[in-house]
Design a protein around this ligand. Structure first.
Ligand code: GLP
Length: 235
């Protein structure tokens, strides 16, 4: 547990920076609000000359279906805005599933193969208030691969704050599967605020079970969980 959100962001940037300095060139990037401080901290470190992401590629965890690539809430745009613009990671080095593809199942298979070939060195993760990882909602098989998922109403409500109207939140997404995520060499989970306390406790201290998708983290050999006091309340 760390004292506050800033300390979580600094610790995450330390873990990412050490992986990059050790030779990792493939970063798995999450969206949502939890990693924003980490991306800002990486930006400060790059600006100060202590870190370079110039040789790296970033791979999205998930993407909304139906939003054009230029929609401000499309995760590809979010990562361009929050990470690429702040660092020296090249704009052409962001990879993700295309949520506007005509054949979504084929697109899921294409991205699964791209991530498999990339071999993610360090994967940043947040956790949903219902225990989801990426957009793997409760019930997701622990060995699932990249696929189309229907969002729960709880997740749509949680994410409504990013959209003008609640009904604008897409109903479907493409997401890396739990099995896909587990293949990354290092996982860094960020959890901020009391809203995450129940999900984090279930993930770390409950049974490994699709009811809490993030419980799959217990199966990975190099997981770093960075939580503030609110999120760590149930541990
Ligand atoms: C979204 C993303 C997840 C993220 C989660 C938590 O649903 N698909 O990758 O971890 O929300 O978001 P936040 O950090 O805003 O609470």
């Amino acid at each position: 547990m760390l004292p506050d959100a800033d300390a979580v962001s600094r610790a995450a940037a330390d873990l990412i920076g050490s992986a990059v300095r050790a030779g990792a060139t493939t970063l798995g990037v999450a969206t949502g609000s939890s990693p924003l401080g980490t991306y800002a901290e990486l930006g400060r470190r790059v600006a100060a000359g202590g870190l370079s992401l110039a040789g790296c590629d970033a791979y999205l965890l998930d993407e909304y279906v139906g939003l054009g690539a230029d929609h401000p809430q499309a995760y590809r745009c979010v990562i361009r805005r929050e990470l690429v613009r702040r660092t020296d990671l090249g704009d052409g080095h962001v990879h993700g599933p295309h949520g506007d593809a005509d054949d979504l199942d084929a697109e899921a298979r294409r991205f699964e193969e791209e991530v498999r070939r990339a071999r993610i060195g360090v994967q940043v993760l947040g956790i949903g208030s219902n225990g989801h990882l990426g957009f793997n909602e409760p019930g997701s098989p622990l060995d699932s691969l990249t696929r189309v998922v229907e969002l729960t109403e709880r997740t749509r409500a949680d994410n409504a704050r990013f959209f003008d109207r609640p009904e604008d939140v897409p109903r479907r997404v493409l997401t890396q599967g739990l099995g896909t995520i587990l293949r990354a060499e290092r996982l860094v989970l960020l959890a901020l605020g009391e809203r995450k306390a129940d999900a984090l406790a279930a993930a770390l201290t409950g049974p490994v079970n699709p009811d809490c998708p993030a419980s799959v983290l217990q199966c990975h050999p190099d997981v770093h969980v960075l939580a503030d006091p609110g999120a760590a309340r149930g541990l």
